[in-house]
Design a protein. Sequence first.
Length: 246
Amino acid sequence: MGEVKTILEVQDLCVSYGKVEALHHVGIEVGEGQIVTVIGPNGAGKTTMLSSIIGLLPHTHGAIRFLGQELGDAEVEQMVALGITLVPESRALFGEMSVEDNLLLGAFMRHRAGHRDHGENMEDVFRIFPRLQERRAQHAGTLSGGERQMLALARALMAKPRLLLLDEPSLGLAPLIVREIFRVIADLKQTGVSILLVEQNARAALQVADYAYVLETGEIALEGASEKLIDDPKVVESYLGLGGKH
């Protein structure tokens, strides 16, 4: 990956559910300030990989390093404290709470660690998501699907992560909203956060990412710079449908 400093390194990762191996010797890297995507069909093991990195699932073999430090079987809370935040596919918002209170929850670990910058962070987040500022007093449960996804992203940013793990951010959203979410993801790079993006919408993911991996049945089948993969005949045929990048 050239001169870019590696922030996350996953080496030889194996994860099993009982006797079934869901991930088989997976290796990926995320460079500082990069967007790296993992694309692949449903059931390929993409969510399993994120769950293992964030500490929700133990790995049976391999190593996960963050900023050069081996994570072993660290708990989710330790991961957040280190600077890794996951935005799950379910978005996991508190529907009965206001937009603002959901955001404050995102800052909880920082607050507990003695940081008192949540007001400032909230202003930053509202600059990125002006629509959330308009809806700050509304219950999260009353938001549209696109707004909920924005809130999930914004809440993760309240923790000031070094690395953001995004699990299927486009899931269930209308094409126009997907475009908006991916525009925001592309813009987040300017804030210095590194992003590992797991996504079924291969075209959208490849358009914002610097580097991409294709995960098929638990193994990395292909990897390379996104602009190369977007033209790769195998990727075009399997994931981008007819007509290539047009």
